[in-house]
Design a binder for this molecule. Structure first.
Ligand SMILES: O=C(O)CCC(=O)C(=O)O
Length: 285
């Protein structure tokens, strides 16, 4: 039978990388999803990072490595009452998820000293090689946190520059955020404003916050990650993330690195940094 051509319904925006159709986009008006491919050659990666303030390394971890990290996260949650509080320790989500048998954590700090698998992630050759390309030959771990952003209850993180919170000068550190789950707008993937890493922006109030200008708002980008991808971002890059209103967890391991030349400007003694090239296998005495 011939007839008038059928008109297809306009395609709905499909930003999800959570493996389900995103019927309704959660992407805010004005915000974009970063879809441009990342450079693959090392010199181009370094130039991209210096220009934009971030870089995604795709497929850093295999499924088997992710499974090992998953098992370690589950163990740390299960055994939290007998584990030491290292660096930032454990933080509970204010809203506990009644659907879970274990406590709902927002953050687990010091995981690279609590778990051999996370210790390996801290000195993962692909991550540290990329970091050395942009930071120089000697890098040290300053901070290690698992940000859990659990399904249904994970809270937003307002826009900020990390260096404004951190006691190091110059403000020139770099974080490697490795996704343990697929991260998309629906479950609160990181959002960034490219090219904002070249100057400090005044934050205000006790919570050190900022209000985005219209121009900044129009240049916000969600950066979706597949589990096993690593997002490198400069400590002055403006970033934040929305609540997780989805049914899918969004766990990321954030490892933040500095160079030895930075001056400690905090109170008391400088925290001990772990020099990455000196790192011995986990369990070495
Ligand atoms: O977990 C997130 O979505 C944001 C984390 C973050 O911005 C930070 O730790 O500085």
């Amino acid at each position: 039978m011939s007839g008038a051509p059928t008109l297809e319904a306009p395609a709905k925006p499909k930003y999800s990388c959570l493996g389900k159709e995103a019927g309704v986009s959660v992407v805010k008006p004005g915000a974009k999803v970063w879809t441009e491919p990342m450079p693959e050659r090392e010199e181009e990666q370094a130039a991209f990072f210096r220009r934009e303030g971030f870089l995604v390394l795709r497929g850093v971890l295999s499924r088997a490595e992710l499974d090992e990290l998953d098992a370690e996260v589950a163990r740390m949650v299960r055994e939290h009452h007998k584990l030491p509080r290292i660096r930032e320790g454990f933080d509970l989500e204010p809203n506990q998820d009644a659907k879970r048998a274990t406590p709902t954590f927002r953050k687990i700090g010091g995981m690279s000293d609590l778990s051999g698998a996370f210790h390996d992630l801290m000195c993962h050759p692909r991550i540290t090689r990329a970091l050395r390309m942009v930071m120089g030959p000697v890098i040290e771990l300053y901070r290690d946190v698992l940000m859990m952003k659990p399904a249904r209850v994970g809270r937003e993180k307002p826009w900020h520059q990390d260096s404004v919170y951190w006691p190091w000068n110059p403000m020139d550190l770099c974080s490697a955020m490795t996704a343990l789950d697929d991260a998309a707008p629906e479950n609160g993937c990181l959002q960034v404003i490219p090219r904002t890493h070249l100057k400090e922006i005044q934050h205000y109030g006790r919570e050190l916050q900022i209000d985005l200008t219209e121009e900044q708002q129009a240049n916000t980008h969600y950066v979706p990650l597949k589990a096993g991808d690593t997002l490198l971002f400069h400590s002055l890059l403006l970033h934040g993330s929305e609540p997780n209103r989805s049914e899918q967890d969004r766990r990321v391991a954030i490892l933040s690195y500095k160079t030895p030349g930075l001056k400690f400007i905090g109170k008391g003694e400088a925290p001990k940094s772990i020099v990455i090239h000196d790192v011995k296998p986990f369990g070495y005495v």
